[in-house]
Design a protein around this ligand. Sequence first.
Ligand code: NBP
Length: 282
Amino acid sequence: MSTEAVADIAVIGLAVMGQNLILNMNDHGFVVCAFNRTVSKVDDFLENEAKGTKIVGAHSLAEMAKKLKRPRRVMLLVKAGSAVDDFIEQLLPLLESGDIIIDGGNSEYTDTNRRAESLGKKGILYVGSGVSGGEEGARFGPSLMPGGAEAAWPHLKDIFQSISAKVDGEPCCDWVGLGGSGHFVKMVHNGIEYGDMQLICEAYHLMKDAVGLSHDEMADVFDQWNKTELDSFLVEITAGILRFKDEKGNALVEQIRDTAGQVIAHFLLRQMFRKCMTRLLS
Ligand code: NBP
């Protein structure tokens, strides 16, 4: 692999979020250098999903740092917690003052505050960015909530606003504020989303067990609500989920064990929505 400084940004973490954000950046004309703790995944990615793109890879962090244009932009999409601290520690000897580290994972905002403060003293511009929209958002347009060292923003704005979702042409991404504010906003955003999901579940419970509506009738109510001020992604997919039948014609939702944690519940909703849409469109 060549070590010329060709890449606009590096992304570390080749699970679903990292891969999809890299492909999204590539679609928007940016050259991305991919790296992962398990290095074999770099080659797998280059030989499969990234084949035929401008994406480059690195087999070590040192090689990755050499491939980056200045100031270096390195985005982490790894499991929140110690993995982020471990990568920061390994990156530090390879970076110089004014280089930028972005944590795009779901880090606790207090951790981001701590990292932003300690890296600021070393001259590294640290950014914690909420990334919302799951794997499809990452691939085709996430909502991005960057915050931290504001001097990093002019170097990130073009990439972040290009790859983000757009509403009426406006990017779903702007600078949020200092320290861990990006991750704080993501936490509030998730809190609202999960509160919304709880309300939907309680409405379903009352309609089903107190009023005795069938699944199709409940779906009609959600469809109706989606034409009012309650219009939203979650209300829309709930109608599809309630209408979704298994091979025997029974409502599939009743066969999902009611024991999921919040992240799994979110995931199930998305999976069910995808299945509903695939069936409806096929
Ligand atoms: P995961 O959260 O499953 O993380 C997988 C990545 O973390 C892999 O690159 C893995 O490397 C690396 N990793 C792990 Br696990 N432990 C590590 C360690 N101790 N040291 C170094 N690297 C380590 O991936 P994801 O679902 O793509 O999510 C990435 C981030 O984005 C997370 O913080 C997540 O909370 C956040 N997020 C996810 C979603 C979503 O819908 N999935 C949405 C929004 C935000 P390996 O390949 O070597 O094991």
